[in-house]
Design a protein around this ligand. Structure first.
Ligand code: AMP
Length: 401
């Protein structure tokens, strides 16, 4: 199987994409990646080559009427023009696979309907992920599409880690802890197996710290526990999401503040987290540069909660051999890593300050009892690998009849 694979990660107002060349002999080669932001307001496209250099940029004026679908159409036409009509498949990031879908799946038959039924479980992400699948189906009906799930990597966790302490009938309906960021964790676990196989075979906590943030306890390459649960609100403090809070606080918002479900949803997903606590920004760079005491408090809370949740996951793992930082903050914010590791010094973690400042791959000292690493994530490459594998499998499958 050879050809170009497009990976899409569609959000409410943004569309991230990446292009890979798939070749039986050479494997996958990154060609380009980019992002359209501000969809619905004033879209802005930036495309970069594999080395990160900007190769295309375009802005649309407010009121041009560009939609997700029209922008996707333009993108497909551009790719087909550049790739010589060699596009062989599209891989999608889909946040929720529910109880039925964990391995990547080809979009066919009733798959899309079954994924649509999961929208209430991830109302802010799933509808946009699926809209991109529908748009590609409408634009290029014959183009194979593959869905990869953020929940998939966690599906084999022990039952006790998946259960919510709610009546059993609700669990039977699918109310359980699923976990997210699984595409990133799968990539990091595999990468770790390449760069440090001994550590990868041990007990590791991976900290995916970006706008969304979670921790995953990985034992011998398998997820055994994670901080996100039934929804992407659970666990750590995030850019605009609250993370774990007392469920009674939500009852208070309904009963005493008389807020509607929509208003509470907006508060918890969009107005809380770093933004809510700082009143300044959801962007870690801005907060780290700010002298505002509320910004400092937000950063401190972010680090405190990571360390606290990491302590819980050490218990799930029965010890700790490695801590891995990844995603926008994890890969690029030495100060934040230092704060987290200082709080985890009781585990025998010791950080090499210079290596940490340089964002080196290994930032712990030689005598640290826990290895601390920085492993850049690559969710798009993980999606492309899955898409290429499924496409090759389908190409090699014997045809019936
Ligand atoms: P992501 O969701 O993985 O793209 O990560 C986005 C987050 O990473 C934002 O909070 C950014 O402020 C943060 N980030 C990116 N680069 C840096 C940096 N050099 N220092 C601190 N935070 C950063």
């Amino acid at each position: 199987m050879s050809g170009t694979i497009l990976c899409l990660n569609a959000g409410s107002s943004s569309l991230k994409f990446a292009l890979f060349r798939a070749d039986d002999a050479a494997g996958l080669t990154a060609l380009a990646h980019g992002k359209i932001e501000g969809i619905g307001i004033a879209p802005h496209l930036v495309t970069r080559d594999a080395r990160g250099r900007v190769i295309a940029e375009r802005r649309w004026a407010r009121g041009d009427g560009e939609t997700h679908e029209s922008l996707l159409q333009g993108l497909l036409e551009q790719i087909e023009h550049d790739a010589g009509r060699d596009l062989v498949g599209v891989g999608h990031r889909v946040v929720h696979g529910g109880s039925d879908f964990f391995a990547p799946v080809r979009i066919a038959g009733d798959v899309l309907d079954r994924l649509t039924a999961l929208c209430p479980l991830a109302p802010l992400h799933q509808p946009h992920n699926l809209a991109a699948i529908r748009a590609v189906t409408a634009l290029r009906p014959a183009l194979p599409q593959i869905a990869c799930f953020d929940t998939g990597f966690h599906h084999a966790q022990p039952a006790v880690a998946q259960r919510l302490a709610l009546p059993r009938s609700l669990a039977d309906e699918g109310m359980r802890r699923y976990g997210f960021h699984g595409i990133s964790y799968e990539y990091v676990a595999r990468r770790l197996a390449e760069i440090d196989p001994t550590l990868a075979a041990g007990r590791v906590i991976v900290a995916h710290l970006g706008n969304g943030a979670s921790l995953c306890a990985i034992d011998g390459g398998r997820s055994i526990d994670t901080t996100m649960g039934f929804t992407t609100l659970d666990g750590l403090v995030m850019g605009t999401r609250c993370g774990s809070i007392d469920p009674g606080a939500i009852l208070y918002l309904f009963q005493h503040k008389r807020m509607t479900a929509e208003a509470v949803e907006h508060l918890l997903y969009e107005q809380s987290g770093l933004l809510g606590v700082s009143g300044v920004s959801s962007d870690m760079r801005v907060l780290l540069d700010s002298a505002d005491p509320h910004a400092r408090e937000a950063v401190e809370l972010f680090a405190y909660r990571i360390a606290r949740e990491a302590g819980a996951l050490v218990s799930s793992l029965g010890g700790l051999d490695g801590l891995v930082f990844t995603a926008g903050i994890g890969e690029n914010a030495p100060e934040l890593r230092l704060r987290v590791c200082a709080r985890l010094a009781w585990l025998g973690i010791a950080i090499d300050a210079d290596a940490n400042r340089r964002n080196d791959p290994l930032i712990s000292t030689a005598d640290s009892r826990v290895a601390v690493r920085v492993v850049p994530t690559d969710e798009e490459l993980m999606i492309a690998r899955h898409a290429a594998a499924l496409l090759a499998h389908d190409a090699n499958a014997p045809t019936s009849g």
